[in-house]
Design a protein around this ligand. Sequence first.
Ligand code: PLP
Length: 397
Amino acid sequence: MELARRLDLLGTETAFAVSAEAREYALTGAKVYPFHLGDINIPTPENIMDAAIKALKEGKTGYCSNYGIGELREVLAEDINRSHGTHYTLDNIAIQPGGKPVIGKFLLTLMNSGDEVLYPNPGYPIYESLIRFYGGKAIPYGFKEGENNFYLNIDQIKKRLTSRTKLLIFNNYQNPTGAESPHDELLQIADLVKENNLFVLSDESYYDIRYEGAPESIVSLPDMEDRCLILYSFSKKYAMTGWRIGASVGPKYIIDNIAKLNVNDESCTNHFIQYGAIEALTGDQSGAVKIIETFRKRRDKAHEILSSIRGIKCFKPNATFYLFPDVTDAMKQMGLADYNSFRLEALHKTGVSFCTRLHFGMPLANENRYYIRFAYSGINVDEIEEGLIKFKQFLEQ
Ligand code: PLP
C-alpha cells in the first residue's frame, strides 16, 4: 500500500539513531559511554512512586477528564503562579502525556497552512518536524557565542520576521546549547512578540534544571501571559521521563481547544500517574534536590575534562544537563572535515557516544564552527571521568 504523502514531511529525533548505533557497538563487547541521549539514569523519588502505586491500587484505573484531574490542575496552577508570578487557575491547564505533545497541539491550535513559525536551530528537532508536518513554514533562528555562554541571535530573528510570521517557539534553558536568556534578552524578545502580534510557545522543559539563581520565564514579563503557552514537563525535575506526564498552560480559549484535541487523540493522560504528579508538586522535595545535586557533580566533572582538551572550547552552562563544546579546532587537528566521521571515529576508538550539531537541525548560512552535544543525565560521574579521559587522550595523541 502506498503510504500517505504527508509522511515525507515528518522528521524525527535522530539522537535515537545514535543510541541504536551505540547499542550495536556495545554488542561487540566494547564499553560505551552514553552521552548521546537526554534520558535520566536516576530513579524517580520514592514518594512519587508510592503515590502513583497507591492511586493504582485504589482504583484510579478508568478514564479521567480530558483536561486531567482537577486536583492536579489546581496544584500545578498554584506552583506555576508561585514561580512565575502569573495568575493561572485550573482552567488554564490541560494535562498531557508528556511535555512533547504540547508542541504539536500548540501548532494544531494556532497555525494555519503557510503560516511562518520561528524556531531555534540548533534546537529540539521536533519543532521543525511538526511545523512542516502540519503545513507551516519553519523559519530557523540561531545563537551567537558570547564570552561565557550562547546568546540568541536577535538580529536574525528581526530579519526573519515577515507579515506571515505568526508564532515563535522559544526554549529558554535550551537543548542543546544550555543557553539561558538574561533579563534584557527576554525583554527584547517580548517586545518583538508584542510589536509583531506573535504568539509564543515557551518550552520550559528545563525551567527547574538550574544550578544557581532563580529561573525567569518570558511569560512573567508584562502583557505576556496572554501571548504564551507554556510547555510544562515533569520529566526532568523529578526524573519522570518514562512516566509521560506534562501540561499545556495558557489562555483558556487555547486550553479548551487543546483539551478537544486530547479527546480526539489520547482521550486522557494516564489516570493514576497524575496522583504521582500531585505528590511531586506538593510532597517532600528532597528527591528533586538530590537530582539537581547529582547533575551538578556530573556537569562539573564533564566540564573540567572537556575544557582541558586541546582544540575544544566548552562553556559551563548554569542550566539543563547538556554541554555543547566547540570542536572545530580539534576536528582540524585530526584532519576531519565532517561531523559523522568525527563522531564515529570517537565512538569506535574510545566508546564515547555523543550527538553532533546536525542532530539539532541543519547549520544556518552564517555558521562556520563545529559543535557536539554531551548529555550527562544518563551517565554517572566515574564513567564520565573514565570516558572523557579516553576522549581527551584520543584527541590529543
Ligand atoms: N522540549 C525539549 C527542549 C526537550 O529537550 C524535551 C525532551 O528532551 C522535550 C521538550 C520533551 O520532554 P518530555 O516529553 O519528556 O516532557
